[in-house]
Design a protein around this ligand. Structure first.
Ligand code: HEC
Ligand code: HEC
Length: 459
C-alpha cells in the first residue's frame, strides 16, 4: 500500500473501508483491531445485472474451441509446446549492446541461444509478464521491443493478438518473435532445423513425418540464425534466410506454433473473489472493492470496452495515450499507428485464420470494420483478470502502477504524442474513488494456472 492510500484510510472513511479482511490490500480493520463485515452498499438490481455480465460461471473458465488449430486440445501437443516455450535454443545472437550479461539481460551481445518465450512471458507469480527486463517496461530480447509484453493469462479468449491485432491465430503469432531481430533474432529455417535436430521424435508423434530440413538447405549455425547487426528499422526489417517460403519449412514453424498454442491456451487466471461475490457471497468483496465495482460499471464507464467475463470486448480503441522516449532504452513510442496498418497487413497474410495453414475459419476477420483507417492509433482492449500481476500497463508500458493507470483515466487523453481520434475522456475521480477502483481491479486476481504449467519440463 502506498502512502497516499494509507492516509485515506482514516476517520469516517475507515468505517466505510472496513473489510472482511480477505481483500486486505485496501481494507481496514475496526477500532478494536478486529476485521469487521463490510457495510452493505446499495446496489440496484439493474446494476447487479450489469455486474453479473462480468462474472465467470462456476463451472470454471474453459478456453473456447480453436478451429484454426486441429491440435489445440491434444495433450501431447501441449506437452511439446511447453518444452518449446521454455527452450532458448531456437534463438539467434543477441544484437543490442544493452545485452551486457548483467542481471535483467539474457546474456552478452553476440551470444546465441539465450531467448525463449519464457524470457519475456515469465511464469513467475503465474503472470506470464516480463518482470526481468530493466525497468520492467519494454522487454530486452536480442534488442529492445517497442511495445510491452502482454500477459498470456486467458490468451485463448482473444480473437486478435498483439496490441495492434497483427495476428489472428495463436499459431501464426510465433512468427513475430522468431523473426524479429529484437526478440529471437532467428529465422524460419533455423527454427525448423532445430526442431529436426532436437525434437524430431516428439514432433513426429504429434504431427507425423518431419522432412529432413538439413537436406537442400545450408545447415544454419546458431550464430547465423538471424541478423548479425541490428537492421536500420528493426520493427519492419528482418534477415530472411533461404527456405523462408518453402512450404515444408513454414509447416514446421506453424506446427511449432500449434504446439505452443495448445500449451498457452491452458494458461488462465481463474475465478476471483469478484465472481464469488456475484455468486452471492456478500463478504467476498470488501466495501471498498464493491464501491470500485460500481465505479467500474458506472462513473468510470469501463465496461464500454472491458465487457464480458474476461473484461474485454476483443475490439480496438484509441485512448489517446501520448508516447514518449522510454527512459533507459532510447525507444520512442510516440505516434504509434497501432491497429490500422497492422490489420491491413493481417488481411493479406497467408498465415491468417483464412489461409492455407489454418485448420478452420470462424469468421473473426469479418468482424473488422471495412475502413481500417478509423483504427489509427487504436489498440486492442486487454482483459483485466489478474491485472495486478502486471509490472506496467498499456501497450507502451507508460504506467508502472495501477495508481498511475487509474489517474490516466481520471485525466483523459494526453495532449499529444498519439495519432488518430481518442475515445477517452476525463473521469475526474476523487482520491477515494481512485483507491476504490484500484481495490476492485486487485480483487480480479485468481488462483492462476496449474503449477505444473509454470516450469520448464526436462528437455
Ligand atoms: C523479447 C521479448 C519477447 C519474447 C522473447 C517473446 N515475446 Fe511474446 N510478446 C512480446 C511483446 C513485446 C509483445 C507485444 C508485441 C506487440 O503487440 O507489438 C508480445 C505479444 C505476444 C502475444 C500476444 C498476446 C496478446 O494478448 O495479444 C503472444 C500470444 C505471445 N507474445 C507469445 C509469445 C510466444 C509463444 C513466444 C515464443 C515463441 C514469445 N511470445 C516470445 C515480447 C516477447
Ligand atoms: C474506450 C474503451 C476503453 C474504456 C472505456 C476503458 N478502457 Fe481500459 N483499456 C482499453 C484499451 C484499448 C487499452 C489498451 C490501450 C493501449 O495500450 O493503448 C486499455 C488498457 C487498460 C489497462 C491496462 C492493462 C494492461 O495490461 O496494460 C487497464 C488496467 C484498464 N484499461 C482499466 C480500465 C479502467 C479501470 C477503465 C475505466 C475507468 C477503463 N479501462 C476504460 C480500452 C478501454
Amino acid at each position: 500500500m502506498n502512502a497516499p492510500r494509507a492516509a485515506l484510510c482514516l476517520g469516517a472513511l475507515c468505517a466505510v473501508a472496513c473489510g472482511s479482511g480477505r481483500g486486505a490490500s485496501t481494507s481496514c480493520v475496526g477500532d478494536t483491531g478486529e476485521a469487521c463485515a463490510p457495510p452493505a452498499i446499495a446496489i440496484t438490481p439493474e446494476i447487479k445485472a450489469r455486474l453479473a455480465t462480468l462474472a465467470l460461471p462456476k463451472s470454471g473458465p474453459l478456453p473456447p474451441a480453436d478451429r484454426t488449430n486441429a491440435f489445440a486440445d491434444d495433450p501431447r501437443a501441449a506437452a511439446l509446446g511447453q518444452k518449446f516455450f521454455f527452450d532458448p535454443r531456437f534463438s539467434g545472437p543477441l544484437l543490442d549492446e544493452a545485452n551486457d550479461g548483467t542481471s535483467g539481460t539474457l546474456g552478452k551481445r553476440g551470444e546465441p541461444g539465450k531467448v525463449a518465450c519464457a524470457g519475456c512471458h515469465m511464469p513467475v507469480n503465474g503472470g506470464f509478464v516480463d518482470v526481468r527486463s530493466p525497468r520492467e517496461q519494454l522487454s530486452l530480447g536480442s534488442g529492445w521491443t517497442h511495445r510491452k509484453a502482454p500477459s498470456l493469462l486467458n490468451v485463448a479468449q482473444m480473437s486478435f493478438l498483439m496490441w495492434d491485432g497483427r495476428r489472428d491465430t495463436s499459431f501464426s503469432q510465433v512468427f513475430s518473435p522468431i523473426e524479429s531481430p529484437l526478440e529471437f533474432n532467428s529465422s524460419r529455417l533455423f527454427l525448423a532445423q532445430q526442431v529436426y535436430r532436437l525434437y524430431r521424435g516428439e514432433y513426429e508423434q504429434v504431427f507425423g513425418p518431419l522432412p529432413s530440413l538439413l537436406d537442400g538447405f545450408a545447415a544454419l549455425a546458431p550464430t547465423d540464425a538471424g541478423c548479425s547487426e541490428l537492421p536500420k528499422d528493426p520493427l519492419h526489417e528482418n534477415c530472411t534466410k533461404a527456405g523462408h517460403d518453402d512450404p515444408a519449412v513454414v509447416r514446421v514453424v506453424v506446427n511449432f506454433g500449434k504446439a505452443i498454442s495448445a500449451y498457452t491456451r491452458k494458461l488462465g487466471c481463474g475465478r476471483s473473489r469478484f465472481d464469488e461475490w456475484i455468486d452471492g457471497d456478500a463478504k467476498a468483496l470488501t466495501a471498498d472493492e464493491q464501491a470500485g465495482a460500481l465505479l467500474f460499471v458506472g462513473k468510470g464507464a469501463c465496461t464500454l470496452c472491458h465487457s464480458g467475463p474476461y473484461f474485454t470486448d476483443r475490439q480496438f480503441h484509441n485512448l489517446g495515450l501520448g508516447g514518449e522516449v522510454v527512459p533507459f532504452t532510447g525507444v520512442s513510442t510516440v505516434d504509434d499507428p497501432g491497429a490500422a496498418p497492422a490489420l491491413a497487413e493481417l488481411l493479406n497474410d497467408p498465415l491468417n485464420s483464412k489461409g492455407p495453414y489454418s485448420d478452420g475459419y470462424d469468421g473473426r476477420l469479418d468482424s473488422l470494420p471495412g475502413d481500417l483507417s478509423t483504427l489509427r492509433g487504436a489498440f486492442h482492449t486487454p482483459g483485466l483478470r489478474c491485472v495486478s500481476r502486471r509490472p506496467s500497463f498499456m501497450h507502451n508500458a507508460k504506467y508502472r502502477s495501477l495508481e498511475d493507470m487509474v489517474d490516466s483515466f481520471s485525466q483523459g487523453s494526453s495532449p499529444s504524442g498519439y495519432v488518430g481520434t481518442s475515445e477517452n475522456f476525463a473521469r475526474n475521480f476523487t482520491n477515494v474513488e481512485r483507491s476504490q477502483l484500484i481495490a476492485f481491479l486487485k480483487a480480479l486476481d485468481g488462483a492462476g494456472p496449474d503449477p505444473t504449467l509454470l516450469t520448464a519440463p526436462p528437455m
